[in-house]
Design a protein around this ligand. Structure first.
Ligand code: HEC
Ligand code: HEC
Length: 273
């Protein structure tokens, strides 16, 4: 662990030290309802930063390990959680194309609870409200399978989240978080994912930190993981205290990331190093 910290400090610090205060946060009145300015001139999926082998694995639906979760999700979708409880499909499949396109709009403001919900939260709301069962734990196989199954239905469709109206304060918090320095390394998300894109960091090529491939199969995890699991790793990487997966802070950040990803399409389940 100490070794990795030293490595980051040595490799990245010289580049990061050159960052002036002016780069800290693009000037933008957070409270305004005008469309905020995007800092990236060209958006690139994390796919572009992966090795050829990993990309081939992602592109082949028979080889992509994430598809195992999609298949599991399809089974869960159709099964009753208990004899007296309806299956997801009994309510949803009546509409012709079911949940195609849904993942492109999340996170979204939920008027009923007055909160911002991501896909995981939305699935769990149906589970509690419509199936009368307790929510699935974050990172549980079931929740990963259902979200992978739903997100995969939007593969190739452009991300388009709503950040206006009641969603705006959540967006603003997520945006602030992205540009704030934190942890013992005193680095913000944008130091790695905007200022150092393309550089190597402990065997990884730094991408733009786009959320479009999640849940994603990470070879290092030998498992599928949610976006929040990835965000926890990024927090730990700078020696900052991570939030629990599913925390509202991460859902806010997720909205900012989804807005920032506009121009990209959903490519879950992605494969990552
Ligand atoms: C010290 C550098 C560093 C910082 C700071 C950092 N990350 Fe990362 N992040 C990484 C590395 C390394 C990876 C894996 C390689 C890649 O995709 O960049 C990664 C991956 C990601 C990914 C997955 C991208 C993909 O396509 O799989 C997202 C999303 C992400 N980071 C978001 C964030 C956010 C949001 C923050 C701030 C809370 C943050 N990161 C802070 C180093 C960092
Ligand atoms: C009894 C019917 C019913 C069942 C069972 C049900 N849902 Fe829903 N679902 C709804 C309704 C109605 C909505 C619209 C929002 C609301 O009223 O909760 C919805 C909304 C959703 C949405 C958001 C769609 C959008 O366009 O934003 C998702 C995703 C979803 N459900 C997934 C699931 C999953 C996964 C399951 C099974 C674990 C499930 N639902 C079970 C009725 C149901």
């Amino acid at each position: 662990m100490n070794h990795s910290r030293g490595f980051i400090a040595l490799v990245l610090a010289p580049a990061l030290l050159g960052i002036s205060a002016a780069c800290e946060r693009p000037a933008n009145p957070a409270s305004s309802n005008r469309e905020p300015t995007r800092t990236l001139t060209q958006v690139l999926s994390g796919y572009e930063f992966q090795s050829e082998d990993t990309r081939v694995l992602q592109d082949d639906p028979f080889a992509n390990p994430g598809m195992l979760w999609v298949d599991q999700g399809r089974v869960l979708w159709r099964s009753k959680p208990a004899p007296d409880a309806p299956s997801c499909s009994s309510c949803h499949d009546k509409k012709a194309d079911s949940l195609r396109g849904v993942a492109t709009r999340y996170p979204t403001y939920d008027a009923e609870t007055g909160t911002l919900v991501n896909l995981e939260g939305r699935v769990n709301r149906c589970r509690e409200k419509h199936q009368r069962r307790s929510a699935y734990a974050y990172e549980s196989t079931q929740l990963l399978a259902l979200t992978a199954f739903i997100a995969h239905q939007s593969k190739g469709m452009s991300i388009k989240v709503d950040i206006d109206g009641p969603a705006r304060p959540f967006f603003d918090s997520g945006r602030t978080y992205f540009y704030e320095r934190r942890g013992q390394m005193n680095l913000a998300c944008h130091h790695c994912h905007e200022r150092n894109i393309g550089r190597m960091l402990r065997g990884d090529r730094l991408s733009q930190g786009q959320p479009t491939g999640y849940p994603a199969y990470r070879l290092e995890w030998q498992n599928l993981g949610s976006l929040h699991r990835r965000l926890r790793f990024c927090n730990l990487g700078v020696r900052a205290e991570p939030f629990p997966a599913g925390a509202p802070e991460y859902v806010n950040l997720e909205l900012f990331l989804a807005w920032r990803a506009q121009g990209l399409s959903v490519d879950a389940p992605a494969v990552r190093r």
